[in-house]
Design a protein around this ligand. Structure first.
Ligand code: PLP
Length: 389
């Protein structure tokens, strides 16, 4: 039974939508063109500029999952191939590998950074390993020097899962521009949102051309070009593709979200630092601070709640927060704790002890740029109260 609380519930990861987005969406709705068209093209150009890459090296899609899937196909991955990734990620990372026909091979995480443990990668490499999918967890970059060196040594394709990492940099270089592919998410809770949506950056223009074809049924010309004012054009199907295209209706949000990306990042950084300071005396583990050679995207603020230390377990903490009107999240359970993967690949939670321990204790507090100062205060006060019993 929920406690009565006067303040409205703080929805975890609520997006900040402003008048610009509302006006642009209305324009799209009135324009008669809701599907993939000029706004998607503009969003791609804007995103490429933001990431410092050529416009013909990006492709908008309808989710990061879709982006990962078509990147795997463009990378030539398929049955018999093994793809390394982290045990601490959203199921979409593993599922995209599976849908490409390849086999995901999880690697345990570093307890401090919560990113893939670089020291363990080598022992998971076999003669079938073809690729590695590092995930910049919570917006903190993986050690891309080490990953790119291993990729070179073992001739592996690198597909960066940048779902949390739009603003992330490693030693001044943007996340998603190290590997052959970088895939971004604009899901509702992400740093910028299009409702659902994603973007792929590829090293090669040819890969982006293929991804654009794969993302729209395998057709040579997209619908915008077919029905535009330059006259009808026939298309040809050159392979069996997918329905992964982004709509102008979605891009209308993204264009304005992207313009405010720095302001939103600064606000999340401020909230992140407030939490770090406020929680120093609590019996929990806080996330590691960013190091000077990186830019953290501050996508998630994750704490670890351990019964031995805190007197309550993570799930009791979640219940108490929810009853007090604060929505929280769990990012993530160990991949190997899900029944499908256990049955399919024989993974056991104990194979990845750090991911397992972290997955049992981790909880993410609200970190949206939409949070008001009062709401941040409420999160802090409620966290303190719940943990002090
Ligand atoms: C690490 C990671 N990878 C991939 C995805 C999939 O993103 P999308 O929802 O845009 O498909 C997510 C989404 O939460 C994620 O957190």
């Amino acid at each position: 039974m929920a406690d009565k609380h006067r303040d409205p519930f703080i929805v975890f990861g609520a997006p900040e939508i402003r008048g610009e987005e509302l006006a642009e969406v209305e324009d799209v709705l009135r324009s008669g063109w809701l599907g993939t068209g000029p706004r998607v093209a503009q969003f791609e150009t804007d995103f490429s500029k933001y990431k410092g890459v050529d416009a013909d090296r990006v492709a908008a899609v309808n989710s990061c999952t879709a982006g990962l899937h078509v990147s795997m196909i463009a990378a030539g991955l398929g049955p018999g191939d093994e793809v390394l990734t982290t045990a601490m990620t959203f199921c979409a990372t593993a599922n995209a590998i599976i849908h490409a026909g390849a086999t995901p091979v999880p690697v345990d995480i570093d307890p401090v950074t919560q990113n893939i443990d670089i020291g363990l990668i080598r022992e998971r490499i076999t003669e079938r390993t073809r690729a590695i999918v590092p995930v910049h967890f919570a917006g903190r970059p993986c050690d891309m020097d080490a990953i790119m060196a291993l990729a070179k040594e073992y001739d592996l394709t690198v597909i960066e899962d940048c779902a949390h990492a739009i603003e992330t940099q490693w030693k001044g270089q943007a996340a998603g521009t190290f590997g052959e592919f970088g895939c971004f998410s604009f899901y509702v809770t992400k740093n910028i949102t299009t409702g659902e949506g994603g973007m792929v950056i590829a090293k090669s223009e040819a890969d982006i051309e293929r991804i654009k074809i794969l993302a729209l049924h395998g057709m040579t010309k997209d619908a915008w070009h077919r029905f535009g004012d330059e006259g009808y054009k026939h298309y040809q199907v050159v392979e069996a593709g997918f329905k992964y295209n982004m709509m102008d209706l979605q891009a209308a949000l993204g264009i304005h979200q992207l313009r405010r990306i720095e302001t939103s990042w600064l606000r999340r950084e401020q909230i992140w630092n407030q939490y770090q300071q406020a929680f120093g005396h609590l019996p929990i583990e806080r996330p590691a601070d960013a190091d000077s050679h990186m830019r953290h995207a501050y996508h998630l603020y994750t704490i670890r709640v351990d019964r031995e230390q805190a007197g309550i377990c993570r799930d009791e903490f979640i219940d108490a927060m929810s009853r007090s009107g604060i929505g929280v999240g769990v990012h993530y359970l160990n991949l190997a704790s899900h029944p499908h993967y256990q049955q399919r690949f024989g993974w056991r939670p104990g194979d990845f002890p750090i991911a397992q321990e972290t997955g049992d204790r981790t909880v993410s507090l609200p970190l949206s740029s939409k949070l008001t100062d009062d709401e941040v205060e409420r999160v802090i006060r409620t966290t303190e109260r719940v943990l002090r019993g």
